[in-house]
Ligand binder design. Structure first.
Ligand SMILES: [Zn+2]
Ligand SMILES: [Zn+2]
Length: 326
């Protein structure tokens, strides 16, 4: 098998050849058809997030089951499956036992603490894989598995309000704008200052307003969701949220949040983060994504060009989502 792996923080990923792994008990061997490129992969490659190295990134995997480990349940050889960020949980900690497996004390994460999908093959715990609705092609489905479903968790935590601000109009926001509009909400998009192409793109996906992150939206927001990893946007977003409103930080890593006056938080406004996903989030979101139906905009790169895809993501040159195909 082939894999693009992170060997040293900040160094380009390197293509390696390895024997195809055998699935262990409860696991599936999956031939990768497509794997989305997420900002988290960039954080892993650049060392913002420190895990074991070398590691194969990639946690938005769509592929087909080629072999079943002993006792694995739910899938047969040939089935199409999706592998998300949450690779495994302990099942025993307080969080696992209270329906919050996304906060598990001893989890494994795909493409961070176990090898992911920037590869031709991957092994995954069958209990954490999802069936993919038939209406999505392989590459189109890949961004649903993190950008879509962790974005969806962020939208749920944003509450039931109708006016939603999306800061950072990348892979997640381009999916969330469609879901929020379908739910009858009004989505407003904040992009890098002067990024007219991204603003046009946001409007084409249902956003009623799109502007720079230094601009004020046309109405007070019930909630703002931050996908951009820029801590400075937290107090900015807070100033555009009504009393009782929420600012939801949806990224796994963010630069420091600068100090701001308490008056901006006053009025029962809140700031919260979204961490990981539960399997229930995944099933619920994939069902909704097929109903909307979400149309993902993807730019496909060959697996060997993973470094090019990461570079484009870093510079904001990807419209929608980048996807690798072996
Ligand atoms: Zn646990
Ligand atoms: Zn991700």
């Amino acid at each position: 098998m082939q894999a693009m792996q992170v060997e040293r923080p900040g160094a380009p990923l390197r293509m390696v050849e390895r024997p195809i792994p055998m699935p262990g008990p409860g696991e599936l061997l999956i031939e990768v058809a497509a794997c989305g490129v997420c900002r988290t992969d960039l954080h892993v490659a650049e060392g913002d997030l420190n895990g074991p190295l070398p590691i194969v990134p990639g946690h938005e995997i769509v592929g087909r089951v080629r072999a079943l480990g002993a006792g694995s349940e739910g899938f047969s050889v040939g089935d199409r499956v999706g592998v998300p960020w949450l690779a495994q949980t302990c099942g025993r900690c307080f969080y696992c036992q209270t329906g919050q497996e996304n906060l598990c004390d001893a989890p494994l994460f795909t493409g961070f603490t176990r090898d992911g999908g920037f590869a031709s093959h991957v092994v995954a715990d069958a209990r954490y894989c999802f069936p993919i609705p038939d209406r999505f092609g392989d590459a189109e489905a890949a961004p649903l598995l993190c950008a879509g479903l962790i974005g969806y968790r962020a939208l749920r935590l944003a509450g039931a309000g109708e006016a939603i601000g999306l800061y950072g109009f990348g892979a997640a926001a381009h999916i969330l704008a469609q879901v929020a509009t379908w739910q009858g909400r009004r989505a407003h998009a904040f992009t890098r200052t002067g990024d007219a192409a991204a603003q046009d793109f946001a409007r084409s996906l249902g956003c009623g307003w799109a502007g720079g992150s230094d601009e004020a939206p046309p109405e007070l927001l019930d909630a703002a969701i931050l996908f951009a990893p820029v801590g400075g946007l937290v107090p900015v977003a807070l100033r555009h949220v009504r009393k009782g409103g929420r600012v939801v930080c949806a990224g796994i890593h963010m630069s420091d949040i600068p100090a701001f006056p308490y008056a901006d938080l006053w009025g029962e406004r809140s700031i919260l983060s979204v961490a990981n996903l539960t399997r229930a989030d995944g099933r619920e979101f994939l069902h909704i994504a097929a109903q909307v139906p979400v149309k993902t905009h993807v730019t496909v790169f060959p697996l060997a060009e993973a470094n090019v895809a990461l570079d484009r993501l870093r510079t904001g040159a990807i419209e929608g989502a980048a996807v690798l195909q072996p």
